[in-house]
Write a protein that binds this ligand. Sequence first.
Ligand code: FA5
Length: 335
Amino acid sequence: MTELMKLREEIDRIHADLERQCAGLTDRAALEAFRVEFLGRKGQIGELFRVMGRLAPDERAEAGKLLNGLKTVATAAFEDRRNDLEGTTLRARLAAEKVDLTLPGVYHSLGHRHLLTQVQNEIESIFLRMGFDVTTGPEIESEYYNFEALNIPADHPARDEWDTFYIDDTTLLRPQTSPVQIRVMEQTDPPVRIICPGRCYRRDTQDATHSPVFHQVELLWVEEGLSLANLKYIIELFVHEFFGKGYQMRLSGDFFPFTEPSVQMHMRADRASDWLELGGAGMVHPVVLANVGYDPKKVTGFAFGMGIERMAMLRYGIADIRTFFTNDLRFITQF
Ligand code: FA5
């Protein structure tokens, strides 16, 4: 067999081999290995070019043509496969990254402040505008601040008015925000003009208007020359600001050991509705003023404590106080 015939056979073998291998290439690494194997400088086709030197001069032209033909076939096979693979990769990427602009968007529900917080913020801003400071006090309170300093000595029957959760013999969960009055007056010389919103706790049986946890806002103004008329004016001004027109308010006599005289405040939405008790108020008792070192002959003051849930119930027509605390989104998202 002549060298040229051997070359032809070799070319046929390589041709068949490269076509078979090329069809099975599925990724870039395999494709590159294919290129090195057949088209690289030391690849199978490159090696064949070396055989040219051993051929008779008249065979070389033909061998050159055949080899160049093989190289062209290999290059074309390589490039076709590369284009194919790149196309497949691209199509896969496009499919994976496809965005369907007609799909409904992903809905992120935004939270918002709870109705009680909204109402509390609004109450604060009304009183801030009137010149009151906003302050807070502890929810875990001592008997002294909640009772004694407020003129309710131990064994006084008025303690029953506040069905109180005790933590130990002298510590309790405050059933009212009134102890903050004492804490503020102990720390400040008159004049004092503050409100204190906050959470309160009572062993009250739950019903439509009572919850074991609820909120009050306490108000205290102590200065020279204040009277019940000033208290009434402030309450009326607040009611006007918070509720607007149309609501009815009434003050009637009441008893609290820490105020004298004392009143309670009721409101209703219109003549047809029932009165709802919103809070208690009165002129700060001289004993309470003396307890914090004030001179009751010089200064007088008034205070009130109102239920924040009850205010919200009246304004928004909420029939049951428990809806504030059940975290039902159907309720919460209405406000
Ligand atoms: C007091 O707590 C007095 N500290 C109010 C006060 C302050 C009087 C300053 C004088 C001077 P009373 O127990 O009435 O008062 O409660 C006041 C208001 O808190 C009630 O009118 C009601 O609106 C609200 N409240 C009381 N208990 C509950 C409860 N269990 N659930 C919801 N709201 C309540």
